[in-house]
Design a protein around this ligand. Structure first.
Ligand SMILES: Nc1ncnc2c1ncn2[C@@H]1O[C@H](COP(=O)(O)OP(=O)(O)OP(=O)(O)O)[C@@H](O)[C@H]1O
Length: 255
């Protein structure tokens, strides 16, 4: 069995009388793209917040790289490689694509204060930034100002900023949100290209994208993970289909 990067064990989160996370179980394997789906209000955001450290669970545990991080503050989790996109760096619109990426590389290497570091440090950072630009399909836009990019390209750059930090696990919250069909398609292609080399836990409402991208899918209903499996197993699962009845996503699940 592949190594588990993340293991969520019987997690419980209550808001007053509401059980938003109900003994949720989740295991993410290294190198996989794992999607978390569920109807509106199922508790996806609440679960992701507990994994990133923004919210503290009432019961249960979260293991990251085999280490219990349940009580670890958010910034320490990020330093350990558990990174939510937008958490560490955000786009500087007046800087070029390449400069944005070089700054994100620097955020990881933490060398901003080492002004006496050899000049090679800077050329290394730019070489790494250039490599990330190619992975996110912006290698023809290296000198463009980030603010001049299209909406879809800015989302690609945001993905690049997260990748530049070299996370052990990247939490991606709705990467396709607000995108048109062409931009979504581009993002699906880029994320597919990361398969095997970047572990991703993805929350996404676009079921078509989820079914194409995810190696494994966990379905959350009323705070509980009712099923985990491949896209086909999830599509064929009667409980999942039942949970989506009446939801706009039912169409996507049923096809
Ligand atoms: N801070 C809070 N205080 C009280 N209730 C909350 C809070 N945050 C979330 N909830 C409730 O917890 C439940 C789960 O919400 P959550 O936002 O995690 O679901 P979701 O699956 O992310 O939904 P969506 O797909 O609509 O974004 C909902 O009933 C929501 O109203």
């Amino acid at each position: 069995m592949a190594e588990r990067v993340l293991h969520v064990d019987k997690l419980v989160k209550r808001f007053g009388g509401l059980v938003a996370t109900n003994h949720a179980e989740l295991a993410v394997e290294r190198g996989s793209i794992h999607a978390l789906i569920g109807p509106n209000g199922a508790g996806k955001t609440t679960l992701i917040h507990q994994i990133s450290g923004a919210l503290r669970p009432d019961e249960g545990a979260i293991f990251f790289g085999g280490r219990d991080v349940t009580r670890m503050p958010m910034h320490q989790r990020a330093l350990a490689g558990l990174v939510r996109s937008y958490q560490i760096t955000s786009i500087f619109k007046k800087l070029s694509v390449l400069d944005n990426l070089a700054l994100a590389v620097q955020a990881r290497t933490g060398s901003s204060m080492r002004f006496w570091a050899p000049a090679r440090g800077e050329s290394d950072r730019y070489a790494q930034a250039d490599a990330v630009a190619r992975r996110i399909g912006l290698d023809s836009k290296l000198q463009a100002l980030a603010g001049a990019l299209s909406h879809g390209q800015q989302r690609q750059l945001e993905l690049g900023l997260a990748l530049a930090v070299k996370p052990q696990l990247l939490l991606l919250d709705e990467p396709m949100a607000g995108m048109g069909p062409d931009e979504s398609e581009k993002m699906v292609e880029l994320l597919s290209g990361l398969r095997g080399e970047q572990t991703i836990l993805l929350v996404e409402h676009d079921m078509d994208a989820v079914f194409r991208l995810a190696d494994r899918i966990s379905t959350l209903v009323s705070g509980r993970v009712i099923a985990t499996g491949t896209a086909q197993e999830i599509k064929d699962n009667p409980e999942v289909r039942q949970a989506y009845l009446g939801d706009e996503a039912n169409h996507a699940v049923a096809h």
